[in-house]
Design a protein around this ligand. Structure first.
Ligand SMILES: Cc1cc2nc3c(=O)[nH]c(=O)nc-3n(C[C@H](O)[C@H](O)[C@H](O)COP(=O)(O)OP(=O)(O)OC[C@H]3O[C@@H](n4cnc5c(N)ncnc54)[C@H](O)[C@@H]3O)c2cc1C
Length: 383
């Protein structure tokens, strides 16, 4: 069977139809505005509402709560279409936040927040990282002190995706400063509307992914109802993060494969058109071999990713496999994009060429949601 006829086994008819509508939406509503989003360091103000109306937010959250009622396959389609069309929108983090609410929220919280998130009225952000605590999340210093029916939260976070526009932030904070390490951490949902003591900093200047707003968050004695504690019991935050981070890592792996496939596709087109020494670059054996290597790696990556997606949908994906997917597929993505940029020559270094933007956007994939070094630790623990 020729490689090009390979079909992801999870691509059922309903998922295919969903893909078509997501593709159209992204092509017409988001892709043409990426330059503006980059310049303004974030999506247009109405982008979230547009995505909500189009039904592409919370694709795998039950319909009862306003979501699409699909599986992770539907979420994967959204991520793939964004990656293929060079769109950076924070829907990935947004969906992750919804999954925290779905997994640990009370019925009342799910009904309060999830429909608003599905409509794009409350973009979600997750605030774990602090200046002194990234890989080592146990070191977080943000404190949530119980006072009557509220928590009073004090501290700051950094590198927060969707931070500037966030309507609902899942904050990791120490609820018991006396307990050292993971057991003193809780997750508290913060509804940012007119909240005194809550402030988002200016967008951070990043190397790539400028279309996503990433900023610092500051909490100055911010009062949040104690009922917003996820799971209702203090000290469970670290375990909850460990349970939900694999979802985010699989999302990242999906984007990695989609971008790698797209890089091979656009580069193949480019080298067939661009001439050197009187003939297309594709006629050079080095070009063919490099693209053959890239195509092979992307295809192997795709098959492993598909196996992970199928196992995830069936509730059988283990943590080590998710870590392997995040680590290996993002390394693969960066390697392929780099090789493809090389095949573009100097044009590959010009930001008007999609391959140049892929190159800068891809790099962070090996760092966030647990760096690839941390992924190797997780894999090693399973040995
Ligand atoms: C664009 C962007 C968006 C982000 N979005 C969010 C977000 O929405 N929410 C959020 O909470 N965070 C977010 N982050 C933060 C991200 O998750 C952290 O940057 C990441 O976890 C690494 O933490 P750090 O930057 O503090 O690096 P450090 O932890 O200081 O690590 C520095 C280096 O040391 C290595 N290292 C650390 N510990 C070990 C170890 N035990 N073994 C081997 N090597 C180790 C790391 O792999 C890395 O190479 C984002 C970051 C970026 C850049």
């Amino acid at each position: 069977m020729p490689a090009s006829t390979y079909q992801s086994p999870w691509m059922k008819e309903d998922v295919r139809m969903f893909r078509d509508s997501v593709r159209q939406f992204v092509r017409h509503e988001f892709a043409p505005h990426q330059e503006r989003w980059r310049a303004q360091h974030g999506p247009d103000a109405d982008a979230w509402a547009k995505a909500g109306r189009a039904g592409i937010l919370l694709a795998d959250i039950p319909e009862d709560y306003g979501g699409g009622g699909g599986t992770f396959a539907h979420e994967a389609v959204v991520l793939e279409e964004m990656a293929r069309q060079g769109v950076n929108f924070g829907s990935q983090v947004h969906t992750t936040v919804a999954h925290y609410v779905l997994a640990y929220g009370t019925e009342e919280q799910k009904r309060r927040w999830l429909p608003r998130m599905a409509l794009g009225e409350a973009p979600g952000a997750i605030a774990m990282t602090e200046p002194g605590a990234g890989s080592d999340l146990q070191a977080i210093k943000t404190q949530a002190r119980r006072e009557g029916d509220d928590y009073v939260i004090h501290g700051s976070k950094t590198f927060i995706t969707n931070g500037a526009r966030a309507g609902l932030v899942c904050v990791a904070a120490k609820t018991d400063p006396k307990v050292v390490g993971m057991r003193g951490i809780s997750l508290i949902m913060v509804d940012t509307r007119e909240l005194a003591g809550y402030r988002a900093g200016k967008p951070l200047e990043k190397v790539g992914m400028q279309q996503q707003d990433t900023c610092e968050l500051f909490f100055d004695s911010m009062r949040v109802p104690a009922a917003n504690l996820l799971g209702g019991v203090e000290g469970r935050g670290f375990a909850q993060m460990m349970e939900q981070l694999p979802y985010e890592r699989l999302q990242i792996a999906v984007g990695a494969v989609a971008m790698a496939e797209q890089a091979v596709e656009i580069t193949t087109r480019y080298v067939k058109e661009r001439k050197a020494f009187g003939k297309p670059l594709m006629d050079l054996q080095n070009t063919r071999f490099k693209l053959a290597e890239c195509k092979t790696r992307a295809q192997i990556g795709r098959v492993f990713l598909d196996s992970c997606i199928e196992r995830f949908v069936a509730g059988r994906l283990d943590e080590a496999s998710t870590a392997m997917a995040k680590y290996w597929l993002t390394e693969m993505q960066c390697r392929i994009v780099d090789e493809c940029l090389q095949l573009h020559g100097g044009y590959g270094y010009m930001t008007e060429y999609p391959i140049a933007r892929m190159w800068v956007d891809a790099r962070v994939q090996r760092i966030y949601a647990g760096s690839n070094e941390i992924m190797k630790e997780l894999i090693a623990w399973s040995l």
